[in-house]
Design a protein around this ligand. Structure first.
Ligand code: NAD
Length: 337
């Protein structure tokens, strides 16, 4: 049983903790919080051992009626591995603590790639994480693009990928983020930094990306064009993507035409927090013109990296090969067709 500590119990950390807990071969050793709040209360109710990030915060937790099992250092010491889901840049500051305790760690997408030995996407480079001590799970957008590009590249070859990323302004709990009434080229520079991030997973891939930010919290939407090395039949491409367990082809019959409807569908299906772990590719948008592939896909930014974190743990500790790990993760989460 792999004992996993979660440092940074926010949007990603709380979801990863629940996902780890649902796996048959892993357990949550504990989670950290910077201070008492609703998330700390819910973590405590859920039975997670709370660890304070700061000695000074211990009294505040006790005053709020929350039991504290120890400090972040205690958690790092007791865990086989840490999933670091702290805000971007904070993970890098923690790396020396993890090293001092000889505790491997999984970092998240806002960290610089050099925080870890490799940047991870289960579909694309699972085996490269084998026995690595420090792994970075790439961002929500890079995860979404990697899952799409891996099968296209393996089956048809990719000459050039281009993607416009229409990004949500913030997560639902980030009331201070925006814009609230605007559409921002973001970053204004073309190409955006997202392409180079995809290249941390596919070093030889030619890809250009453009970014926009819009007043939405639900999901990101990608408009994708990939020039392939060959000219496939569109039905074969559809079947290829349909066979991917973390790609959901949104069928015409569902009459789902928006991210709001996708999220409602996930809530109707009883998904925890209404999470969508898969890429949502609108089936009707899959188009092939000669060697050019096109599609629209929606990415639930709060959720798609969650199964990837679980698979990264299995790869690092050699607990399964890719197919077995992905199947185990999916089954435990309820990510099934
Ligand atoms: P978040 O702000 O929701 O959560 C971060 C948590 O870390 C918070 O609970 C915060 O209190 C805690 N924290 C802050 N300082 C800390 C410290 N010194 N020690 C321990 N905990 C501390 O952030 P998030 O959205 O979960 O993002 C975390 C990472 O996941 C980032 O690298 C981000 O890029 C990546 N990520 C986020 C999303 C997303 O859409 N939210 C998607 C994919 C990847």
């Amino acid at each position: 049983m792999l004992h996993v500590g979660v440092n940074g119990y926010g949007t990603i950390g709380k979801r990863v903790a629940d996902a780890v807990r649902s796996q048959p071969d892993m357990t949550v050793e504990g989670v950290t919080k910077t201070g008492p709040d609703f998330a700390a209360e819910r973590a405590s109710v859920a039975g997670y051992d709370l660890h304070a990030t700061d000695e000074d915060a211990v009294d505040a937790f006790r005053a709020a009626g929350l039991d504290i099992a120890g400090t972040v250092e205690d958690l790092v010491d007791a865990s086989d591995v840490i999933v670091d889901a702290t805000p971007g840049g904070v993970g890098a500051e923690y790396r020396s603590l993890y090293e001092a305790h000889d505790t491997p760690a999984v970092f998240q997408g806002a960290e610089s790639p050099d925080v870890a030995e490799m940047s991870f996407n289960a579909r694309s480079n699972f085996e490269d994480a084998r026995d690595a001590e420090y792994v970075r799970v790439v961002s929500c957008n890079t995860t979404g693009l990697s899952r799409l590009l891996a099968p296209l590249s393996e089956t048809y070859g990719v000459k050039k990928a281009r993607a416009t990323l229409v990004r949500r302004g913030g997560d639902p709990d980030q009331s201070g983020r925006g814009p609230i009434n605007d559409i921002l080229p973001n970053p204004v520079e073309v190409p955006s930094h997202h392409g180079p991030d995809v290249q941390t997973v596919f070093p030889d891939l030619s890809i250009d990306t453009l970014g926009l930010t819009v007043p939405a919290t639900l999901m990101h939407v990608h408009s994708v064009n990939v020039t392939l090395e060959s000219a496939p039949d569109v039905r074969d491409v559809r079947d290829l993507l349909d066979a991917e367990s973390r790609v959901f082809l949104v069928p015409r019959r569902s009459r789902i035409e928006s991210c709001g409807e996708l999220r409602e569908y996930a809530r109707d299906a009883g998904r925890p927090r209404g999470d969508i772990w898969e890429n949502c590719v609108w089936e009707e948008s899959i188009t092939v013109e000669g060697r050019d592939f096109y599609c629209f896909q929606a990415i639930h930014q709060e959720a798609d990296v969650v199964p990837e974190n679980v698979d990264a743990l299995r790869a690092m500790f050699d607990l399964a090969d890719r197919e077995e790990s992905v199947a185990r993760t999916n089954a435990a989460l309820g990510l099934t067709d």
